[in-house]
Design a binder for this molecule. Structure first.
Ligand SMILES: [Zn+2]
Length: 74
């Protein structure tokens, strides 16, 4: 998995988790499930959202260049 897929997966999990939490309005245990799903978006972000050159985490950097080594990541 590369950082682009990790970002997509992270965003997808965040959206799904949020939708499940909203569904908790009708069935309250879903709030907890949605919360867990939302938190799980941190896993791909933590494992794969890294610079392919220096391997450091990109964090909230959505740009084209690594903030650590300055190389292009896109
Ligand atoms: Zn780098």
């Amino acid at each position: 998995m590369n950082y682009k897929k990790a970002r997509d997966l992270r965003d997808l999990l965040m959206v799904i988790g949020f939708v499940i939490m909203l569904a908790g309005y009708f069935f309250s245990p879903l709030v907890i499930i949605g919360f867990v799903v939302t938190l799980s978006c941190l896993i791909p972000d933590f494992l794969y959202n890294k610079c392919p050159h220096c391997g450091k985490r990109l964090g909230r950097n959505e740009g084209k260049f690594c903030q650590h080594c300055g190389k292009e990541i896109g």
